[in-house]
Design a protein around this ligand. Structure first.
Ligand SMILES: Cc1cc2nc3c(=O)[nH]c(=O)nc-3n(C[C@H](O)[C@H](O)[C@H](O)COP(=O)(O)OP(=O)(O)OC[C@H]3O[C@@H](n4cnc5c(N)ncnc54)[C@H](O)[C@@H]3O)c2cc1C
Length: 407
């Protein structure tokens, strides 16, 4: 790897190496240079595995670089839907336990990557405005306690005292002291730089267009790109919102769909919000950055358009998202929104991630998660451990199975 100008990250892979010709072959080809792909490249290369990562655009340009940067450790509304059945309760408990593992990884990440991912452990509120929502908070708090996640239900005077910025409309809230946020613009580049230092080859502006499968050859896959062919023993689908298209290239159907999401940011304001705020029943995540701006998101839609266009933002989403924020934190009333942007997120139909190796197409792996800024580093580390020492680690739970959506 040649180095260009130094930065806070240390030497940055030069454009020459990112745009160098593709190698002819590799052990592992990773498709996608977001947080999942870059983290996986790092953990594999560090374990001595030969890796080539390709992305059709720039690294960190899609969901991983456009997200809101929150760690969501409390169980959220999309996870809780249908929580009544035993199976759902087991899933929620397992999800909550995973959150703890993800949290521990994030705490170690600066040291592991020898850099600064701008981790701020600010704590987080999840608020309720109706008696029904308060009950959901209580139920989820019970599950979180069982799983070992520290949360508490706060209401009445105690809530007013501890969070005077919350509107009187807020009847109760759960507080989780270990939630917070990190910088989406730092984490993936840092993983990528450290992966390259360990020998991973990263290539941008390489679009994967087809994958040929030759099960009887040592290099079981030929990854066909607009920059030539790459033969690989193993392929990992880290293509996020487009992971279904990449899996379809080897004949697999993944249980994924994607949606455009809208985010807003305001001008800088004096310090008001020490902790992140989410809503248990309405689409809101809200936090004040260390620069003083408020980042307002929570899942408002951005309409889909064909590539290479980027999903546009909509005034309806900006207005709707800001209206919920004002209902919850009225003091935002005089903060002007100065920028909006969109990103494309992948959702799995059953809320579980897609991580591991396909049994139908051995050698084809996936690493895909919806709350992926929080969880992808952990899944990437677990997957890298399995791939670098096959058979020596606990297999992933059945509900993560890559093949589970096959007809
Ligand atoms: C607006 C928004 C807000 C979010 N907020 C949060 C949050 O606060 N907290 C949280 O935990 N998560 C959040 N998420 C989710 C999180 O950002 C994603 O789950 C995570 O970034 C997914 O990472 P990834 O690497 O799997 O995918 P991506 O970052 O999307 O990367 C996939 C890469 O694959 C490449 N690719 C696709 N097809 C091909 C191909 N054929 N050939 C070559 N390359 C290809 C793409 O160019 C892209 O770079 C948010 C997402 C969005 C969109």
């Amino acid at each position: 790897m040649s180095a260009s100008s130094p930065s806070a990250l240390g030497p940055v892979p030069s454009l020459d190496s990112l745009r160098a010709p593709l190698p002819a072959e590799t052990d592992v080809a990773i498709v996608g240079g977001g947080i999942a792909g870059a983290a996986l490249a790092f953990y594999l290369a560090r374990a001595g595995v030969e890796v080539v990562l390709v992305d059709r655009g720039e690294l960190n340009r899609e969901a991983s670089g456009t997200n809101a940067g929150s760690f969501h450790l409390q169980l959220a509304i999309h996870q809780l839907s249908g929580a009544g059945t035993g199976a759902d309760r087991d899933r929620l408990l397992a999800d909550a336990r995973l959150s703890l593992e993800a949290y521990r990884l994030w705490q170690e990440l600066d040291d592991e990557l020898d850099g600064d991912v701008h981790l701020h452990e600010t704590g987080g509120w999840m608020v309720a405005e109706t008696p029904e929502q308060v009950q959901v908070l209580r139920d989820k708090h019970e599950l979180e306690q069982l799983a070992g996640i520290e949360t508490e239900v706060v209401e009445g005077d105690a809530l007013r005292e501890r969070a005077p910025y919350l509107s009187p409309r807020v009847l109760a809230a759960t507080y989780c002291p270990t939630e917070g946020h990190a910088d989406p613009l730092s984490v993936t580049p840092l993983y990528a730089v450290r992966a390259a230092e360990h020998g991973a080859q990263l290539r941008t502006h390489v679009s994967v267009q087809a994958i040929d499968h030759h099960p009887d050859q040592p290099h079981r896959f030929t990854v066909r790109t607009d920059q030539g062919d790459l033969r690989a023993r193993r392929v990992v689908d880290c293509a996020g919102a487009w992971s279904g298209e990449v899996a379809a290239m080897v004949g697999l159907r993944l249980p994924v769909r994607h949606e455009g999401l809208h985010v807003n940011v305001t001008e800088r304001r004096p310090r008001l919000l020490p902790s992140m705020v989410q809503h248990i029943g309405r689409r809101l995540t809200l936090k004040q950055s260390s620069q003083g701006t408020f980042i307002i998101g929570g899942g408002w839609p951005a309409p889909a358009v064909p590539l290479p266009q980027r999903y546009p933002t909509r005034w309806q989403s900006a207005a709707g998202n800001v209206a919920v924020a004002l209902d919850v934190v009225p003091a935002l009333g005089d903060a002007r929104v100065v920028r909006t942007w969109s990103g494309v997120i992948v959702f799995t139909d059953d809320m579980s991630p897609v991580v591991g190796e396909s049994e139908l197409v051995p050698g084809f792996f996936a690493c895909i998660a919806s709350t992926g800024f929080t969880f992808s580093p952990m899944f990437a580390r677990q997957l890298a451990a399995q791939m670098s020492a096959p058979g020596e680690h606990e297999p992933f739970p059945e509900r993560y199975a890559v093949d589970r959506a096959q007809p």
